[in-house]
Ligand binder design. Structure first.
Ligand code: NDP
Ligand code: MG
Length: 388
């Protein structure tokens, strides 16, 4: 490897963020070397990535997956397995992109920070669930947590304009923008008939199925409120949501003097991915600029909290703190899986999360073992509700 090239581990390489990260890396092979990847079920796609980028280290879910993958890859490759495998790869590169879906991405988040690496984080679920455990590993010398999630990446860029002081006393609030999803403007009555096809038709972003459904319920924005609070060390009460259907303004920071800073770009996840890989440099990539030569409307409106109760559930989980956000996220994973498997209706997704939260017993969650116990308990309650 040329000494000037930064090594990159891309965990969750076969997904939506993974594929877009590969696109950035193809354009920037002079600056970055992809040294390790992981995948889930799409082993042929994973093998194709390993071959194209001549990757030497791969993580898969099981020994069966390892056997299948080793038959698909022609060159010599070391294949590690399970959570330990993800943890190992997350500690072996300059930049670790966490593009794994859901709670399964936890070993990547903790592994990269514990090893003092730059964690380019798409996987919000791990940060939300493990909030009390992330703070200490973030203090590891060299560890850097940079958000790929477009709203948080926007805030990261806005906050860079002022000195970082703990708690950001000169910030009045962070304003996360939300497209509103496919059901923006739908009445509660109309939402009763929302189908899977409707939920998967996102107006502005092309993403994996789970986050697309989360966007339709606004649970994605709820998780992002929790994510912002952890990332920037700000109370969730100082994180607001505003609906912005054009998805051009990716988020805003309002200061105590009334000034508001925003970051704008076309809705394309390759931009925040490139930002996180290139920092402190900006990579000279062009995937469509904003066109200021023709008129462009930017509109903002408040979210409909009655039709989309997921947001209030997230604020309540933030208020409860401890393991409550882990419960919220775990219950939501179970609910979305059930919805995608046609086992429950769209309206049942958030109802299932709410009924699961009723069983939450306050727990400050100070150990990893306790995080796994809480995650399992929430999933048990959510699955029990599915049977009723
Ligand atoms: P996808 O479902 O498209 O991809 C998920 C990736 O994780 C795939 O590589 C998948 O493997 C792998 N994976 C899934 N389950 C497991 C598991 N149990 N163990 C190991 N690997 C697993 O998701 P997205 O790319 O849409 O999202 C990834 C993360 O990024 C999520 O946390 C999401 O919230 C976040 N995010 C995504 C955005 C987007 O635009 N897509 C925007 C902002 C954040 P395989 O496909 O081979 O089964
Ligand atoms: Mg987002």
């Amino acid at each position: 490897m040329s000494p000037s090239r930064r090594s990159v581990a891309l965990l969750g390489a076969t997904g939506s963020i993974g594929v877009q990260t590969l696109d950035v890396l193809r354009h920037e092979s002079e600056r970055f070397e992809l040294v390790s990847v992981s995948g889930g079920e799409q082993l042929s796609e994973l093998a194709a990535i390993v071959s194209e980028f001549n990757v030497r280290r791969v993580a898969v879910k099981s020994v069966e997956h390892r056997a299948t993958l080793s038959e698909l890859v022609a060159h010599d490759v070391s294949i590690v397995v399970g959570d330990e495998g993800l943890d190992e790869l997350a500690s072996g590169a300059d930049v670790v992109v966490n593009a794994v879906l859901g709670f399964a991405g936890l070993p990547v988040t903790l592994g990269a920070l514990r090893a003092g690496k730059r964690l380019a984080l798409a996987n919000k679920e791990s940060l939300v669930a493990a909030a009390p455990l992330v703070a200490p590993v973030r203090d590891t010398p060299g560890a850097q947590l940079v958000p790929i999630d477009s709203e948080h990446c926007a805030i990261h860029q806005c906050l860079a304009s002022s000195p970082a002081r703990p708690g950001y006393p000169d910030v009045r609030r962070l304003l996360l923008t939300a497209s509103g999803g496919p059901f923006r403007g739908w009445s509660i009555e109309r939402l009763r008939g929302a189908t899977k096809a409707d939920a998967l038709r996102h107006p502005t972003w092309s993403m994996g199925a789970k986050i697309t459904v989360d966007s339709s319920t606004l649970m994605n924005k709820g998780l992002e409120v929790l994510e912002a609070a952890v990332l920037f060390g700000i109370d969730a009460a100082r994180v607001d949501v505003v609906v912005h259907p054009e998805s051009i303004v990716h988020s805003l920071v309002e200061y105590v003097d009334g000034s508001v800073l925003a970051q704008l770009s076309r809705p394309d996840m390759r931009l925040p991915i490139a930002y996180c890989l290139g920092l402190p440099e900006r990579l000279p990539l062009h995937w469509g600029d904003l066109d200021f030569t023709s008129s462009m409307a930017l509109t903002f409106e408040p979210p409909d909290l009655e039709a989309f109760p997921a947001l209030s559930l997230a604020y309540e989980a933030a208020r409860l703190a401890g393991a409550a956000p882990a419960w919220l996220s775990a219950a939501n994973e179970v609910a979305v899986e059930a919805f995608l498997a046609d086992a429950i209706s769209w309206r049942d997704i958030v109802a299932l999360v709410a009924s699961t939260m009723d069983h939450y017993v306050a727990d400050p969650m100070t150990s990893l073992a306790s995080l796994y116990e809480n995650d399992a308990a929430a999933r048990r309650w959510a699955r029990a509700s599915l049977q009723n």
